[in-house]
Structures are given as C-alpha cells and as structure tokens.
Design a protein around this ligand. Structure first.
Ligand code: C2E
Ligand code: CA
Ligand code: CA
Ligand code: CA
Length: 276
C-alpha cells in the first residue's frame, strides 16, 4: 500500500508538471496566434419565442491551432487572461464582429463576451467607441455579455464605465445565470437588457428539478418587472425549449436552433494588425 501511495504521488506530480508545460506551450503559441491569422469568430443565433426569428448573434472566439486543431475557448480564454493577451484578442474580436454585424438586418443585435479583465482596463471604453465608429454599427445593436463575477467586483470606476457605455447606447446581458452565486442582489446594481440562463441550469430545470424551476420562475418574474429578456442557453432538443418556454423564457439559444458557425470574412482590414 505504501509503494502504491508513493507511485500515485509521483504520477500526480508528473501530471501536474505535464499540465503546466502544456499551458506554457499554449501560452507561447497564443502570443502569435492573432498575427498568424489563427483566430477567428463564429456566430451563434439567439431566437425569439417563435423559435425562428433571430434577435441576436453571439460572437464566439475560435483558435485554430496549426497542429492541435481547434482549441476550446474554455481552455485558451483563461490562458489569455493570465498572460494579458485578452486585451488584444478581445479588441480584435470586437472590431471583427462589429464589421460583420453591420451587414446583418438592423433588428439583429450583436452580443460579445467580455471578461472582467477587459472591463477593468481603462482603455475599454475607447476600444468599444472605436470599434463602433470604424464599423458604423449603431451602439444600440451592441450587447456586452458579462458574468456575475464582474458585478460582484463592482466599484466606482466600473460603475462609471458601465454608465458611460449605457449612455452611448450599448446594453448588457448577464451571462451564465445560475452557474455561480445564488444571490440576486447584483441585478439591482446595474441594468441588464437580457439574462442568459446557463446550460446546466436549463438542463436541470427542463429535466424536472423543482428547485431549478422555482429559481427560473423567480428570475423570469423579476426580469419582467425590470424589463429584461430571459434567454435559455444550450437548448439541444425541442422538449427543453417547451419546458423553458412554460417557465417564461422568451428567447432561446443552442444547437437545436443553430450551432456557432464561422463567418466568411476571417479577418478585417486593420483589425488583424492589432498587437500588444
Ligand atoms: P458562453 O458565453 O456561455 O458560450 C456558450 C458556449 O456553449 C459556446 O461554447 C457554445 O458553442 C456552446 N453551446 C451553444 N449551444 C450549445 C448547445 O446546445 N449544447 C452545448 N453542449 N453547447 C452549446 P464555446 O464557443 O466553446 O465558448 C465557451 C466559453 O468561452 C463561452 O461560454 C465564453 O465564456 C468563452 N468565450 C468564447 N468566446 C469568447 C470571447 O470572445 N471572449 C471572452 N471573454 N470569452 C469567450
Ligand atoms: Ca504568464
Ligand atoms: Ca456568452
Ligand atoms: Ca453562457
């Protein structure tokens, strides 16, 4: 038993070292990914209650690694944040997505994921203003998706930034609702135009969890009184949409309606040249 314990310990350390090396390699490659044209953007629709009308397209970042193929944003976004690469990557994505969105019908909005690190950067307001100006996209068509963790970090500076963005017409969606904290206090702290219920939560609520259903019902009634749209994420089957619609969700997103698809224009003049 002793020997086995030691063996496990060694293999654990090896596994840890392997992970760190893996991360270092990815970080090294990510530094050059933008200028090598390996980064692109996919769009996934959010549909209205009729299950057909597209109301938004969410921009999702893609990294096509020359040897590894597609690396998940769930893997590379945290690395980008740690390595301070999220700034240039996020700026590229915003500019590219805005350029794409001007070609859509006027009633389709663009949603872009922004991480806490991006919002905490003093240049973020300027980045958004420039991306809108360069593309000609109306600010009212841009929705920034943020998570609860940002709202918990709310201070005067962040409040000021959110007010400035709201003043120019940009709006906010609360992403991944139900994944983290159970407190709803943060919804009072700022105005959201949309709340997106996390895929795992949709899964639970639509497969009969009474607790999850009660929380969805509560958030829906709160949303109605505060003029917010509630989107159910990760809908893979019609039954899930039916269940979430019965609970009061009015917008839907997921493979059932459409997987993220890569845009034709992989790069935009100028946008690909942004570097840190
Ligand atoms: P998210 O913002 O919650 O995005 C939804 C994720 O769920 C996407 O994964 C999408 O492809 C996936 N998805 C959509 N419908 C379904 C479905 O029906 N079933 C299942 N199983 N999955 C579905 P993706 O593109 O891999 O992105 C993962 C996460 O990476 C995103 O989660 C977001 O947090 C982050 N991310 C992606 N692009 C960006 C970006 O440009 N900036 C930042 N800061 N984060 C990003
Ligand atoms: Ca680092
Ligand atoms: Ca999102
Ligand atoms: Ca989400």
């Amino acid at each position: 038993a002793k020997g086995r314990g030691r063996g496990m310990h060694v293999s654990y350390r090896q596994a840890m070292r392997g992970q760190l090396e893996e991360r270092a390699l990815l970080e090294r490659d990510l530094k050059n990914a933008l200028k090598l044209g390996e980064i692109s953007v996919s769009f996934q629709p959010i549909v209205a209650n009729d299950g057909k009308t597209v109301v938004c397209q969410e921009a999702l970042m893609r990294w096509n690694h020359p040897e590894r193929g597609a690396v998940s944003p769930e893997v590379f976004i945290p690395i980008a944040e740690d390595a301070l690469l999220i700034g240039p990557l996020g700026e590229w994505l915003l500019r590219t997505a805005c350029h794409e969105a001007v070609n859509w019908s006027d009633d389709v909005k663009l949603t872009v994921n922004v991480s806490a690190l991006q919002l905490n950067n003093r240049s973020f307001l300027g980045t958004v203003v420039e991306a809108l100006a360069a593309s000609g996209l109306a600010p009212e068509r841009l929705v920034l998706e943020i998570t609860e963790s940002i709202v918990l970090e709310m201070d005067e500076e962040l409040e000021g930034l959110i007010r400035s963005l709201t003043d120019i017409g940009v709006s906010f969606a609360l992403d991944d609702f139900g994944r983290g904290y159970s407190s709803l206090n943060y919804i009072e702290k700022m105005q959201f135009s949309m709340i997106k219920i996390d895929r795992d939560f949709v899964q639970a609520a639509s497969s009969g969890s009474l607790k999850s259903q009660a929380i969805v019902t509560a958030i829906v009634s709160l949303a109605q009184s505060l003029d917010m749209v509630v989107t159910a994420e990760g809908i893979e089957a019609d039954e899930q949409a039916i269940a979430m619609r019965a609970l009061g969700c009015t917008c839907f997103q997921g493979y059932f309606y459409g997987a993220p698809t890569e845009s034709v224009a992989r790069t935009v003049d100028g946008a690909a040249e942004i570097e840190d």
